[in-house]
Design a protein around this ligand. Structure first.
Ligand SMILES: C[S@@+](CC[C@H](N)C(=O)[O-])C[C@H]1O[C@@H](n2cnc3c(N)ncnc32)[C@H](O)[C@@H]1O
Length: 377
């Protein structure tokens, strides 16, 4: 058994905790943007494969105080890093430093790299891993905060939010793990209609389709870092993969609907949905929100949307009209539906002239946002 740390973004921690519990993994601690769980490697494989709202699964290996360079070098020797990769594989140190006596991030990274490389030289007849910052086999994550160093092994590789389906993108796309987390917050269970009337590259719709079909997001991915580790248990991994894929549903009882004014965004969304293998479940249409009509369904569903905020995409005054148009179309055609809107601009959401039933604080990248729930009456 080992203690792993699943990371996410601010505002999604509690949703991630629910997901980890559902996998049957034992939660042992939590921090602002992460959940610690105790598990064997098989559980870590499962977490990497299935968690929709996690960004990385780390294996914390060392914690120690550091005030001088020698503290870094000396303490790193307390863990054997040669057990993860062979000396001909590659290495990277991802260091972040704040409020500490040792202030220079690059220097900290270099000292730790030297200490790890020396372990290999000593144990592997002078052969050592090269540094590869882009696609390392072993990514060592180092956080130095208030003179305490935490060192962890990144079992994931590049962030889990990069599912692999989004090659075509648009301006201000939403990260996939955030879209999945927000969908989960709505309580949507895959059986009622769902619409995104400003769908951009289609992230909400594609993530919804994956949820509705019970497809684990990691099955779309080519590789996880743990697959390149020396101790990789191939059979256990294949069993986890088989078990998870067996649980996929053959189809979904509802369709998903996307609208966007921008044809380039729609083309990207369609290509992304196709790559994710869920295009059969999504109907895309081009047009402005003022033309938005409910889909031909016999019961109300949810509208989930991430409209432009103004900071990144345009001017607030012009955008107010877009928000007014959205509210108007919903009031006319969507009685009984619920609207969930990710807002990065209070002034714009005020233009909706709707009263939020609930609000939840989340970060979209580094923008402090509110996820708002409205009932259309
Ligand atoms: C912040 S982006 C949405 C990003 C999307 N969630 C994604 O993951 O790619 C906002 C989208 O609203 C669309 N949009 C702006 N004004 C619109 C309008 N009047 N009607 C419909 N779509 C509009 C833009 O084309 C853009 O794709």
């Amino acid at each position: 058994m080992a203690k792993f740390l699943a990371l996410t973004s601010f505002g999604l921690r509690d949703i991630l905790e629910e997901e980890i519990k559902e996998l049957g993994l034992k939660i042992v601690d939590r921090e602002a943007t992460g959940i610690f769980f105790e598990s064997n490697w098989e559980g870590a494989y499962r977490a990497n494969l299935c968690l929709r709202t996690a960004t990385k699964i780390l294996l914390p290996v060392l914690d120690f105080p550091a005030y001088k360079p020698e503290d870094l070098y000396h303490n790193i020797q307390k863990h054997d890093f040669t057990k993860y990769i062979r000396p001909e594989q590659t290495l990277s140190i991802d260091a972040h430093v704040r409020e500490s006596a040792l202030q220079d991030q690059r220097f900290v990274a270099m000292k730790i790299k030297d200490a790890i490389v020396d372990q290999f030289r000593d144990k592997c007849d002078g052969v050592r891993p090269d540094v590869n910052r882009e696609t390392p086999d072993l990514d060592v994550v180092v956080r130095l905060s208030r003179n305490t160093v935490s060192v962890a092994i990144n079992t994931t590789g590049p962030t889990l939010s990069m599912r692999g389906y989004r090659k075509s993108s648009v301006e201000a796309p939403m990260r996939e793990h955030l879209a999945a987390g927000l969908l989960r917050m709505t309580g949507w269970d895959g059986t009622t209609p769902l619409m995104d009337p400003m769908c951009g590259s289609g992230t909400f719709l594609i993530e919804a389709a994956l949820i509705g079909l019970n497809i684990a997001p990691g099955t779309l991915r080519k590789k996880f870092a743990f697959q390149g580790f020396k101790g990789f248990q191939k059979e256990a991994w294949e069993k986890v993969l088989e078990d998870v894929m067996e649980k996929e549903y053959p189809s979904m009882p509802t369709k998903l609907y996307g609208l966007d004014i921008n044809s380039t965004a729609l083309a990207a969304a369609k290509a992304n949905a196709d790559r994710a293998g869920v295009d059969d479940y999504i109907e895309f249409k081009r047009g402005p929100v003022v033309t938005l009509e409910p889909p031909p369904v016999d019961r109300p569903g949810i509208v989930i949307v991430n409209p432009p905020y103004g900071e990144r995409l345009g001017i607030t005054e012009e955008l107010k009209d877009v928000y007014r148009d959205l509210a108007h179309s919903l009031k006319v055609g969507f009685k009984g539906w619920k609207l969930f809107l990710l807002s990065g601009n209070q002034e714009l959401t005020g233009a909706l002239k709707l009263k939020a039933e609930r609000r939840h604080r989340v970060y979209n990248g580094n923008l402090d946002c509110r996820f708002l729930e409205y009932h259309i009456r």
